[in-house]
Design a binder for this molecule. Structure first.
Ligand SMILES: Nc1ncnc2c1ncn2[C@@H]1O[C@H](COP(=O)(O)OP(=O)(O)OP(=O)(O)O)[C@@H](O)[C@H]1O
Length: 331
């Protein structure tokens, strides 16, 4: 305990010292700045935000939960990113999307932005809860129940539809970017985060090759990204919820883009051959979503189909969760 306190206060001094020097504009003062990621420890204060804990790291940086030091209350997220040209576009896009979205539990929204030094910068945004990826790994069998998977699918089609209505295609929907949060009535709901890969919905066609397991065949081939490609990723996310990896059979080089595209093409042609009998519904859901590629999604038709998977069960009901050893879990 005492050791922790010492470490914390060392870290605090260092960061405050750093900001004191940032206010001085002489060249010699600039040289003193020597921020390291290691300075971001629980209890340190950066620009008025007190760090609570690390919640994740990704391609672009590290994320922390923080609280405003002066107005303790809501937990927020601080994303710390390296200041390098290769990441500038994603950084600017994330800011643009955060600023454009309405204040709701469904999406992260903008709170603040500031540089730490010449090498690092931060975005502070609203906190949207725990990712489905983390929640799934809390279960011994690494999966959610069929009922909760259907509830997740039922909600996600509406959620992505709502995201599109604000003018963006997400392009990176996966279980690490979908969170379990609560609405204003404290009911469990899903949220979508991480907007660095977004493109405007009605902008110039985006033809990046997105060669990833959870992306559509079309995105893997670099064809213009459309709403349908975001919806197709929901189908792959549902497979993950059930810990299914039908495209990655372990015996082939699935990590190679060309091989992956070929596998995707086979799946696209005949999803049922990749899935056992109890999971045929996922293949049919995939085909239903893809069949609407050129007509525009009919969300009600998709939700009606999800309802039909188990007629004794209502997928619009709340996702069931519990607390085990102090951690929220979804069964
Ligand atoms: N607003 C938020 N609310 C809750 N958790 C968040 C939020 N933003 C980020 N996180 C957490 O931090 C993790 C990494 O954040 P994010 O996905 O934005 O980073 P990234 O560097 O863009 O990662 P990726 O590899 O997914 O592109 C997320 O998986 C999530 O656990």
């Amino acid at each position: 305990m005492i050791r922790n306190l010492r470490l914390t206060s060392y870290g605090n001094c260092r960061v405050q010292h750093l900001f004191a020097h940032r206010r001085v504009t002489t060249p010699s003062a600039t040289k003193i700045i020597c921020f390291r990621m290691a300075d971001l420890q629980p209890n340190n204060v950066i620009n008025g935000y007190r760090i609570l804990s690390v919640i994740g790291s990704g391609k672009f940086g590290k994320c922390y939960t923080v609280q405003n030091e002066r107005r303790a209350g809501a937990t927020m997220v601080m994303k710390v990113l390296r200041n390098i040209p290769a990441e500038e576009q994603a950084y600017q896009r994330e800011l643009e999307v955060l600023r454009s979205l309405p204040q709701t539990y469904k999406f992260a929204t903008f709170i603040a932005e500031f540089p730490i030094d010449a090498n690092y910068k931060c975005i502070v945004m609203t906190y949207c809860g725990i990712s489905l990826h983390k929640l799934r790994l809390r279960n011994d069998n690494g999966r959610f129940s069929l009922e909760n998977t259907l509830r997740i699918g039922y909600q996600l089609f509406d959620l992505v539809h709502s995201f599109h209505s604000f003018g963006w295609l997400h392009r990176d929907i996966h279980s690490g970017n979908v969170t379990l949060t609560t609405d204003q009535f404290h009911r469990p709901k899903l949220g979508i985060i991480d907007y660095g890969l977004c493109v405007p919905r009605n902008g110039p066609p985006s033809t990046d090759v997105l060669s990833m397991w959870n992306k559509s065949l079309y995105a893997n081939l670099g064809l213009p990204f459309s709403e349908t490609d975001d919806y197709v990723t929901i189908v792959f996310l549902l497979m993950r919820c059930l810990n299914l990896q039908p495209l990655d059979r372990g015996d082939k080089p699935f990590d190679r883009p060309l091989f992956r595209a070929a596998q995707k093409a086979q799946f696209h042609h005949s999803p049922k051959t990749f899935l056992s009998r109890e999971y045929q519904w996922i293949g049919k859901l995939y085909t239903l979503v893809e069949s609407q590629r050129y007509t525009g999604i009919d969300i009600n038709a998709v939700k009606t189909y999800i309802r039909s998977v188990n007629r004794n069960f209502d997928p619009s009901s709340d996702i069931t969760h519990a607390v085990r050893n102090g951690l929220v879990i979804i069964d």
